[in-house]
Design a binder for this molecule. Structure first.
Ligand code: MN
Length: 201
């Protein structure tokens, strides 16, 4: 059973002006599609064809590098699209807000920590908010790795991921990764992150 590109749950221009339309079209339609196609190629004729993406991530050390890179790319981008949206941003509320305050002190402190993790990730990678042993943590990963992978430095269930590859921001922000990491908080869908938080507990 082949993996497929999930439909974007909003229009390509829905995240303007923070994330521009052309970036979204290329990022979803070309980059994510390529991860899906290359993952299917790498798994063709192997047991991995019958596994869920989460099962593959949890056992990634036993797969070839093409599965790690493209399977990670597929998982990470599927999560990324789902935690953004139009009319979003602001600060989280409820249980998730309490957990953020308890883990980091405040919402602003979380933003600072995740932005720093993204800015200081050399080259390409991701900044993550994850649940580990029932508690929230922030980490970053190189390339298309993620906290679900058995090889991850910090393992857990990711509930928010921010793509810091240049392809995620270069057309609009050029070399200014910190500006992209300031703007992205305007399009984070905290209802979606809260749902992932509850599911991860
Ligand atoms: Mn990307």
């Amino acid at each position: 059973m082949a993996f497929t590109l999930p439909a974007l749950p909003y229009a390509y221009d829905a995240l303007e002006p923070h994330i521009d339309t052309l970036t979204m079209q290329i990022h979803h339609g070309k980059h994510h599609q390529a991860y899906v196609d290359n993952l299917n190629k790498a798994l063709a004729g192997t047991d991995g064809e019958n596994k869920s993406i989460e099962e593959i991530m949890a056992n990634i050390s036993s797969y070839p590098m093409a599965v790690r890179n493209n399977g990670g790319g597929h998982y990470n981008h599927s999560l990324f699209w789902s935690v953004m949206g139009p009319n979003a941003g602001g600060a989280p509320t409820g249980e998730l807000a309490d957990a953020i305050n308890s883990a980091f002190g405040s919402y602003d402190a979380l933003v600072e920590k995740m932005s720093t993790a993204g800015v200081t990730r050399f080259g390409s990678g991701w900044s993550w908010l994850l649940v580990k042993d029932g508690k929230l943590e922030v980490t970053s990963t190189p390339n298309q790795d993620n906290p679900l992978m058995d090889i991850a430095e910090v393992k857990g269930t990711p509930i928010l991921g921010i793509d810091v590859w240049e392809h995620a921001y270069y057309l609009h922000y050029q070399n200014r990764r910190p500006d992209y990491l300031k703007a992205i908080w305007n399009v984070i869908n905290w209802d979606a992150v809260s749902a992932r938080y509850k599911a991860a507990l």
